[in-house]
Design a protein around this ligand. Structure first.
Ligand code: F6P
Length: 367
């Protein structure tokens, strides 16, 4: 088969395992299939600006265990890119770059937003393959995303460490965990770390129920509590207020905000701690883990997963199977149509097996 030219970029928030995936794709397309590969810097921005990195053997070597992305990343979208103080549709420029390098396929590593942006380019006639990455684990169509395992390990370790100080001071500690509008990271880390209360966006909470759980522990002789709270978690009241606000906006013909959960998130954990301190009489503190969860060395599980997804991507390129995301389905890495993935989110079903397990060991979800 004729040699192919491959472009690759990383887009959206970084996460551990991106370099392992770049290496997996790069080594396999070059070594096993004798193709050429170039990288674009800083996501779609680099593609629009034609900023490339040659991914030769040297560039692909020694990066398996490296956090972040050697290509750099950004959250920029080709169809809405800030240029000289204005927001412009630069899709055609990205398409030109693809053709200028005579690419046969563009590989995009990213989360939900990237899947959507990559699909937009596919609709412009480009051959696209995507890989699912994000600490949030919320990409539709795949059992799991790389980056999630590492972040869950970091958050679980933080909960472990917070246990000893919470217990010594008889405090309530609210640990704020990332995840955007999905609760996977908080749920996984919360169960693994033995959090007493887990609050996730998919299960609106009632403050009375959370306070009852904390007081119940005090009565049982446990004078401390750890609350794992997702950055997007909302009380039932807040959910109602948000629905009302959206209804009003729609009536007025305004577009409802696309990410209504994000704005009050940080304040929400502080607010929760203050409420619990008042209601329980226990001293309360907040620890927001923030970007710590995205940094550093990927776990062996993420290195393995990213390598498997990357090398499967190379096999799909060889077969010219484009327009797909490489997904994890059970034991296998399989292509799923990008058209099916774009624009969807994988949230925690409130009756998910993990939620059920947590309830069995006495975890409170505040509902
Ligand atoms: O999508 C990954 C993620 O870390 C989310 O969990 C979080 O809400 C968001 O990115 C933070 O974005 P930024 O790094 O742009 O602040």
């Amino acid at each position: 088969m004729a040699q192919k030219a491959i472009g690759i970029l990383t887009s959206g928030g970084d996460c551990p395992g991106l370099n392992a995936a770049i290496r997996g794709v790069g080594k396999a397309v070059r070594g096993a299939f004798d193709n050429q590969i170039i990288g674009f810097r800083d996501g779609f921005r680099g593609m629009v600006e034609n900023r490339i990195v040659r991914l030769d053997n040297m560039a692909l070597s020694g990066i398996l265990t490296l956090g972040g992305t050697i290509l750099g990343t950004s959250r920029e979208k080709p169809h809405m890119m800030p240029v000289g103080g204005r927001t412009m549709d630069m899709t055609d420029v990205a398409v030109d770059t693809y053709h200028r390098h005579h690419l046969d396929v563009l590989v995009c590593l990213g989360g939900g937003g990237t899947q959507k942006n990559a699909y937009r380019l596919q609709k412009k006639g480009l051959n696209i393959i995507t890989l699912p990455k994000t600490i949030d684990n919320d990409v539709w169509g795949t059992d799991v995303t790389f980056g999630f395992d590492t972040a869950m390990g970091i958050a679980a370790e933080a909960i472990d460490r917070l246990h000893t100080t919470a217990e010594s001071h008889h405090r309530v500690i609210v640990v704020e965990i990332m995840g955007h509008n999905a609760g996977w990271l908080t749920l996984g880390a919360g169960i693994a770390g033995g959090a007493d209360v887990i609050l996730i966006p998919e299960i609106p909470y009632d403050i009375e129920s959370v306070a009852d759980a904390v007081l119940g522990r005090s009565r049982a002789g446990k004078r401390f509590s750890i609350i794992a709270m997702a950055e997007g978690a909302l009380s039932a009241e807040q959910v109602e207020a948000q629905k009302e606000a959206e209804k009003k906006k729609k009536k007025k013909g305004k577009k409802a905000s696309p990410e209504p959960h994000m704005l009050p998130a940080e304040a929400a954990s502080v607010h929760l701690a203050r409420q619990l301190q008042e209601m329980t009489g226990l001293d309360a503190r907040v620890t927001a883990l923030g970007h710590l969860q995205r940094g550093g060395v990927p776990s062996p599980t993420d290195r393995l997963l990213a390598t498997r997804l990357g090398t499967t991507c190379a096999e799909l390129i060889e077969k010219e199977k484009y327009g797909v995301m490489v997904a994890v389905k059970g034991e296998k890495c399989k292509p799923v149509p990008l058209a099916d993935v774009a624009g969807k989110l994988k949230l925690v079903p409130p009756d998910h097996a993990w939620v059920k397990s947590a309830r069995f060991v006495g975890t409170c979800f505040g509902d």
